[in-house]
Design a protein around this ligand. Structure first.
Ligand code: DMJ
Length: 643
């Protein structure tokens, strides 16, 4: 018997039916496949089945890898798309004509050649039109506070975790700057870093806009807000930052709020110092940058409402003012004011007098300085922390610090001297004497690494305690040296800058605590101790502020790199996925830094502004020969020498 031969291949025939009309219905396809299957030999069927099973197993095994790749690819695509969509207005590429009712951005003002009095310098950044958005943003983990992976990270010399991708190559002497790959590298690095600051600002602003619009502060974890004065503190504090960062849309929206919603005719108690440096300072600086009289009008309004604070027996102002009622008072528990508070409102009130030609503002704050200048109770130019509003004398004497309650007294001595064109010698003398007082009484070195730090003195007893607030000092010292003060001020600035940086890098999160204690025992193995109650970080600006000054004056790229590390760690440990950044309770616990649910207004007003200026290579962007920053990072003009 002849076994009917079965072909070892499957031939596909186009039947008459197929030719007649293409009938692709399911039943026909099923029958046809089944017929073909039956025509196969057993061997063929086994082979086909085996191949199918093999393919299935391979598919299952490789699925997770393929899926991960595909997911990553899609996310990267989405990120890129988002960064394009969110790319801010780039004012420095092609300036748009200013329409009526709109407010010109920096480059527009520079082109319009404003008069010397109010015109900002050329606020251009030649690199703002290059590059992409930050690549440092990533998806958040389960918790609200961002905890990114540890890829590309190494352990630093003191055990803290730091990022590796931070180097910027400076230009070496003699290189052809035009063609230099180093220049290209550093330009790319500048572009991506300033873009990362913009991203951070936009993220912080998103939280504020969504959950706290027009309120004082964002509570990013609970997606709500808190009120302190009820005056839109964050919004006002952030105005000039938006201007400087070129965030036109955000600025215009905030300006509308100031024009239509902001009123100071409110029955509220405000702190004289805080509202002067944040609100009056913010409005004055925004007025100078924009030339928009709205901000000057608002500045006059708040300035005049703060004046009742000076109606005291001694002319040393009370800490609190009711801006609606026009009454002022000290805190409930004391008739004292804080020395830093009454001596760090001068830049703003002096500028208000100059702009309005109304002398009472300047006169009131000058009186405070004159009195403090003459007071007994200083130690080598160092001031105590409290001053009594009745007697006009220092109180609680014997404690000397450059931290909380005294810090900005020293800062404003130097800055008033600079603001006034370096003519008011009393400020300079007091400043120089105080710096000598710091060197003599408060400066020490830690062990084993010899970090130079500024401690405190309490009734003759030295304490190796240093507030993060003291980290304003390297910047102030550098500013003084830039203005012709002794060169050893710059040496000290550099040493203290290193110490402030170590306060970050030696912590497990790479973020500084509020207060550190330096260790001075010879046999110690570490330099810094942090008490459990001092482990919080409030997103404070002082270190990045000083990095900005040090970089401007030395051009040493390490200062930019340090600032970059700090920004990355803010992103890693304080960024809240739904918008905003939060203060944290524990800089020593990278697994749970414990969010505090508060974004301080100075994060937008100061920290991000200084970071942006630190990364920008444009020295004309708020030139330190034309502007002096108030203690809340609001730039005010240095007075022209003719005045
Ligand atoms: C700001 O309000 C000011 O910088 C002030 O001088 C000190 N405290 C905060 C920032 O830390």
């Amino acid at each position: 018997m002849q076994i009917p031969s079965r072909p070892d291949y499957v031939s596909v025939h186009f039947t008459g039916q197929q030719r007649r009309s293409y009938n692709n219905n399911k039943q026909w396809r099923r029958q046809s496949c089944w017929r073909k299957w039956k025509q196969l030999s057993r061997l063929q069927r086994s082979l086909a089945l085996f191949t199918l099973i093999l393919l299935f197993i391979c598919g299952m095994a490789s699925y997770p890898t393929v899926a991960k790749h595909l997911r990553g690819f899609t996310e990267r695509e989405q990120d890129a798309e988002r960064s394009i969509l969110l790319r801010p207005f780039r004012p420095h590429v092609l300036p748009e004509p200013v329409k009526q009712g709109q407010h010109p951005l920096p480059e527009q003002l520079s082109q319009r050649k404003l008069s010397n009095k109010r015109g900002p310098p050329i606020l251009q950044n030649r690199l703002q039109n290059k590059g992409n958005a930050s690549n440092i943003l990533s998806e958040d983990k389960a918790a609200d506070v961002r905890m990114e992976g540890e890829e590309d990270r190494v352990i630093s010399w003191r055990g803290a975790v730091i990022d590796t991708d931070q180097a910027t190559d400076g230009n070496k002497d003699g290189e052809n700057k035009e063609d230099s790959p180093h220049l290209k590298h550093s330009q790319d690095s500048e572009t991506s870093r300033i873009e990362a600051v913009r991203e951070a600002f936009r993220h912080a602003w998103k939280g504020y806009r969504d959950y706290a619009w027009g309120r004082d502060e964002l509570r990013p974890i609970s997606r709500s807000y808190s009120e302190w004065f009820g005056l839109g503190l964050t919004l006002i504090d952030a105005l000039d930052t938006m201007w400087i960062l070129g965030l036109k849309q955000e600025f215009e929206e905030a300006r509308r709020w100031v024009a239509t919603e902001l009123t100071f005719n409110k029955n509220v108690d405000v702190n004289l110092f805080e509202s002067t440096i944040r609100i009056l300072g913010g409005l004055l600086s925004t007025y100078h940058l924009t030339g928009d009289s709205l901000f000057l009008d608002k500045a006059k309004d708040i300035g005049s409402r703060l004046m009742p604070a000076f109606n005291t027996q001694s002319k040393i102002p009370y800490s609190d003012v009711n801006i609606g009622k026009g009454t002022a008072h000290p805190p409930r528990w004391t008739s004292d004011s804080t020395v830093a508070e009454v001596t760090s409102i001068q830049l703003e009130f002096r500028e208000l007098s100059r702009l309005t030609q109304e002398p009472q503002y300047q006169a009131a704050v000058a009186e405070v300085m004159n009195q403090v200048h003459k007071l007994d109770g200083k130690l080598d130019g160092l001031v105590p922390m409290f001053i009594n509003t009745n007697s006009g004398q220092f109180s609680h004497q014997g404690i000397y610090t450059l931290g909380a309650r005294a810090d900005s007294y020293y800062e404003y001595l130097l800055k008033q001297w600079i603001q006034g064109g370096k003519k008011e010698n009393q400020f300079l003398e007091d400043y120089l004497q105080a710096i000598e007082g710091v060197k003599k009484n408060l400066l020490q070195k830690s062990s084993p690494n010899g970090l130079v730090f500024v401690g405190e003195l309490s009734h003759g007893q030295f304490s190796p305690k240093m507030d993060h607030l003291v980290c304003f000092l390297p910047g102030t010292l550098a500013l003084g040296a830039h203005n012709g003060l002794p060169a050893d001020h710059m040496d000290l600035a550099k040493e203290l800058m290193q110490t402030c940086y170590q306060m970050y890098v030696q912590m497990e999160t790479g973020l500084s605590p509020e207060i550190v204690h330096f260790i001075m025992h010879q046999d110690s193995t570490r330099d810094i101790d942090v008490k459990p109650a001092d482990r919080h970080n409030l997103l404070r600006p002082e270190t990045v502020e000083s990095l900005f000054y040090l970089y401007r004056f030395t051009k040493d790229p390490k200062y930019q790199d340090w600032g970059w590390e700090i920004l990355q760690n803010f992103n890693k440990y304080t960024k809240v996925s739904s918008g905003g950044y939060t203060s944290i309770n524990n800089v020593r616990d990278p697994d749970y830094p414990s969010p505090r649910d508060k974004m301080e207004s100075f994060f937008l007003g100061e920290t991000l502004k200084y970071l942006y200026l630190l990364f920008s290579e444009n020295l004309d962007l708020i030139s330190l020969d034309k502007y002096v920053f108030n203690t809340e990072a609001h730039p005010l003009p240095i007075w022209p020498s003719t005045e």
